[in-house]
Structures are given as C-alpha cells and as structure tokens.
Design a protein around this ligand. Structure first.
Ligand SMILES: Cc1ncc(COP(=O)(O)O)c(C=O)c1O
Length: 306
C-alpha cells in the first residue's frame, strides 16, 4: 500500500510501519491479551463504509478483559470513536478488518496478571472474503479438543487460547480439509477452529449453547435474530452429538472472518445432496445485504465511517 497507514497504540495514532512494542511485553511472552475482529464493509457505489456491530464487539472485549483482570482504559463509546477516526485516517476503498487488542504490558517474567498494566492497540487492514463463499467447505472433525471454560475460557477472546485454533486448522489443512469442527472434552460438538457452527435439520437451525465452550459470536447472535425475524426460522440451542453432523440436511459456519460459509462435506460424507443448501444460501444472502447497510431495519448495526 503506497498511502501511509496508521495504528492506534497507547493513546496515539502512529505510523503502522514503525509502531512497536518492547520484546519483553507480557502479552508477547504469555499470550495475555484479549482482542476482537470486526469487519467494515465498503460500498463503491456511494463511497460509503459501514462497521458491523462495532458496539457489540467492544462489549465483548470488555467482558474478555474482565475475565482476564484487565482494566478498560476507554469506554465503549470512546473505543468506537477511536476506531472510526482510525478508519478515516486509513481511508481504505475496500472492505477492511479491525483488530482491537487490550494487552498486558508489564516488562516482566512470570505469568501473573497483577502489577501488570494494560495497553491498547487497534490496527486495521484491507480484508476481503478469505473463504470461498460460493462453493461449500469440506471439513473434518478435529482430533484436538476445544479449550475448556476451566482452562482457558473460550468465552473470552484471549490471544493465548488461539494456539488451540492454530493446531486445529493446521492439521485440518494438512489433511486436505478446509477447516475442522472441534469437540469438547465431553465429546460434544463446539464450533469450528475460529467460527461458530449451525446445522439445519427439518427446516430448523441448530447451534450449540453459549455454555458449550464456544466463543459466543456476534455473527451467531445476528443469524439467530435474522433467521427468526426475516425468515421465520427458529434456532434450537442445544448439545450436538458428533454423528448429528453426518446426518444434518445442511451446515454452515459463521463469524466475522468466515461470514456465512456453507459446509457441504463433513469427514468426507456429503451433507444432503452434497450441494450448498437452500437455507444456508438464503441466510448468506440476507447477511450480506444487512452488513452492507442495504436493509433499513438493520442499519442500527452498521456504523458509518464519516
Ligand atoms: C473461536 C471463535 N469462535 C467464533 C467466532 C465468531 O465470532 P464473531 O461472530 O463474533 O466474529 C470467532 C471469531 O471470529 C472465534 O475466534
């Protein structure tokens, strides 16, 4: 990128090329930071950009921070304002990704979260669809297990916890799959490597409960609401057995990164007729209209960058 790019680091907008943190920073040594991934969607027709459900993402980071004994230096409103300002400065003419991070910044050895002040970093970058959303994904069930609430709570988006996702996605890709669905220690389905999972059975959506060792996704909650309000489709939140994956009519992933990504094969077994299912397609299309600010009723979720 030729134009100068900024990041927000410790209260200042600084050049992305030179922004740095010291090598002994606690978050780097122990994975003690919490973060969010937020998308901003660019509309070339009217040169507008909307940030999707920014407030909900900052509400989640404040919950993650609370779990990790971190203090929020800025209010949610302030973080939203900083993010808008940063995107204005970076002036992308394409879809973008926003990565806010609150990190433990003591220069000390030893994992403790006490005597350990908190830093704030927000960076942004251009980001399109990194998963092919038109063809269905072929995924497997991972041999790794999901983190547990009593180990590294998946409900908190803690950077150190993403070693779990890294192992899961790496082994899945090396085995020729697009991603993997992860089971909990008790053998139930949780979610994908870094996205939530929905199944379709008899015209209804099924997803895991918020207490099933998942990150409670902003996209997940969006889909539950849109499916009910706009398509009259109910979502059942319950335990899911592994073998239910193989007999579902349809399945799809959802998340800020994954958006709505249909799955057509699990452990080499085709779902339904092996094509992208009609409900996944409908939800995907509605989701993209909503995030791009095309549906008036849901403009409340889209913050304009202006
Ligand atoms: C582990 C995990 N699950 C689910 C999600 C989906 O969450 P959201 O829809 O809030 O992006 C993410 C992040 O994108 C994630 O990292």
């Amino acid at each position: 990128m030729s134009q100068q790019e900024f990041v927000f680091l410790e209260g200042e907008y600084v050049d992305a090329k030179t922004a740095s943190i010291p090598v002994r920073t606690h978050a780097f040594l122990y994975g003690t930071s919490v973060f969010e991934g937020i998308r901003a969607y660019y509309n070339a027709e009217d040169d507008s950009m909307f940030i999707f459900r920014m407030k909900e993402h900052y509400e989640r980071i404040s919950r993650s921070a609370r779990i990790m004994c971190m203090e929020m230096k800025y209010s949610i409103e302030e973080l939203c304002d900083i993010t808008i300002e940063l995107l204005k400065k970076n002036n992308y003419k394409t879809d973008a990704y926003i990565r806010p991070t609150i990190f433990k910044k003591a220069q000390k050895v030893g994992p403790g979260l006490y005597d350990n002040p908190d830093g704030v970093l927000i960076f942004t970058c251009p980001l399109g669809d990194y998963i092919d959303l038109t063809k269905g994904l072929s995924v497997c069930v991972s041999s790794w297990r999901r983190l547990e609430d009593n180990a590294i709570p998946p409900r908190a988006k803690v950077s150190g916890g993403y070693a779990n996702a890294a192992l899961i996605v790496t082994d899945a890709k090396r085995a020729g799959f697009d991603d993997a669905i992860v089971l909990s220690e008790n053998g139930h389905v949780t979610e994908g490597s870094a996205m939530n999972l929905f199944l379709v059975e008899n015209g209804k959506l099924i997803t895991t409960k918020t207490t099933d060792n998942i990150l409670v996704g902003v996209t997940r909650n969006t889909i539950i609401e849109l499916a009910k309000e706009e398509l009259g489709i109910e979502t059942i939140q319950r335990d899911i057995d592994r073998t239910e994956l193989y007999i579902a009519d349809e399945a799809f992933y959802c998340g800020t990164g994954a958006q709505v990504s249909p799955i057509t094969k699990i452990d080499n077994r085709p779902l339904g007729n092996g094509e992208v299912g009609p409900i996944a397609k409908k939800i995907q299309s509605l989701y993209f209209d909503v995030v791009r600010g095309k549906v008036e009723k849901y403009r409340k979720w889209c913050t304009p960058v202006k």
